[in-house]
Design a protein around this ligand. Structure first.
Ligand code: NDP
Ligand code: GDP
Length: 337
């Protein structure tokens, strides 16, 4: 079996490439050139694994590149993970987010349709499509109500995929995935921002973590569990859409509390809104709030109903919230040794 992964240098690419290699796949990845010639999470893979991955340099906004690649390789599966994936950034940079996430997804769909129609495709949709959901928990039938340029771009993506699937009878499945994190999560995302700062504080730093909306409610799972769900989606007889999540909701405040607990600190919260602070037992400021990290619109109150994936894919998340926090903090502690 041959698979192409777009976005192989991101968090999910890191786990998916290892999963597919362990199943005996020939794994190809699309990588963008950058001036420092670093390879994102590929640089974090053990050498013996990294050298098994066949890299193609290119950009998903380049339709010709994708068509030529699909024409040449004709993979059995393509996992379309590449995207501008940071919601906060999308408010300041909507057009480049649309170019990558809408234009890029359209290019992938066209390349499959024209050059390799037997390729099965996974598209990385998102719980951000739900915005501020009107019902809890959220499943495949919950109405979409995007509340950021990122979410709008993924709405166009999911509908492009559904349209191509129906119009051209292509095998294209959408994963509506809730937040999933890990020890290789980008440092701008709140979970990794917290785990890295907590590790620094454990090593003597006096800098508090400065956060935005502490009350935002998300459904956080472990990325390694979720890439297994992506693979399962492409092993079904027919293409379909699936929600993956944990069914457990937590606030950013709870994530911070759990992270500090790993290093033996209990956080005591004082004040409210922009003046809220998290203090240690001996009165040291561990957490502060700044307007800088609030978004023009918030999307939260998330809780996944993943019963369709459980039934049809036999998929269930293995890693609980507490274990996820522990994995992330302990990994960042090890990196500082
Ligand atoms: P990351 O941000 O870690 O990775 C994104 C990847 O896309 C990187 O490899 C990046 O390359 C690549 N990329 C971005 N733009 C382009 C482009 N124009 N051409 C080629 N490659 C490009 O995201 P994750 O791994 O966390 O997520 C994977 C997918 O799942 C994304 O589409 C994301 O939106 C979606 N998703 C993620 C969720 C999560 O909680 N993690 C939840 C739901 C959906 P580079 O390294 O060069 O920047
Ligand atoms: P997202 O769910 O894909 O936007 O992932 P993030 O990790 O960026 O954000 C998760 C939630 O944390 C959002 O509701 C943010 O508003 C909230 N949040 C609170 N403080 C911060 C912060 O300092 N950084 C980030 N990235 N998010 C924050």
């Amino acid at each position: 079996m041959k698979a192409i992964i777009t976005g192989i240098s991101g968090q999910d690419g890191y786990f998916l490439s290892q999963l597919l290699l362990s199943k005996g796949y020939e794994v190809h990845g699309i990588l963008r050139r950058n001036s420092s010639m670093t390879q994102g999470t590929l640089d974090l893979l053990p050498e013996n694994i990294r050298k098994q991955i066949i890299i193609h340099y290119g950009d998903i906004t380049d339709g010709n590149f994708l068509s030529n690649l699909l024409q040449k390789e004709k993979p059995e599966e393509l996992y379309h993970l590449a995207a501008q994936s940071f919601v906060g950034y999308s408010f300041q940079n909507a057009l480049s987010t649309y170019d990558a996430n809408i234009g890029g997804t359209l290019n992938v769909c066209n390349a499959i349709k024209d050059a390799s129609p037997d390729t099965r495709m996974y598209f990385a949709a998102t719980s951000e499509l739900f915005g501020q959901p009107k019902e809890t928990p959220q499943n495949e039938m919950t109405p979409f109500f995007p509340r950021s340029p990122y979410a709008v771009s993924k709405l166009a993506g999911i509908w492009t995929v559904r349209t191509y699937r129906d119009a051209y009878k292509l095998y294209m499945s959408n994963g509506i995935l809730f937040n999933h994190e890990s020890e290789v999560r980008g440092p701008e995302f709140v979970t990794r921002k917290i785990s890295q700062a907590v590790a620094k504080i454990a090593n003597g730093s006096h800098d508090p973590i400065v956060l935005g909306n502490l009350s935002a409610v998300k459904d956080w799972g472990y990325a390694k569990d979720y890439v297994d769900g992506m693979w399962r989606m492409l092993q079904q007889d027919y293409p379909d859409d699936f929600v993956l999540g944990t069914g457990e909701s937590h606030t950013v405040r709870e994530f911070a509390e759990a992270a500090f607990r790993i290093i033996g600190e209990t956080v005591e919260w004082r004040g409210s809104g922009i003046n809220e602070v998290g203090l240690s037992g001996d009165g040291k400021t561990l957490v502060k709030v700044s307007k800088e990290f609030f978004r023009p619109l918030e999307s939260d109150n998330y809780k996944a109903d993943y019963s369709k994936a459980k039934k049809k894919l036999r998929w269930e998340p293995e890693t609980k919230f507490k274990d996820l926090v522990r994995i992330m903090v302990e990994s960042d502690l090890r990196k500082l040794k």
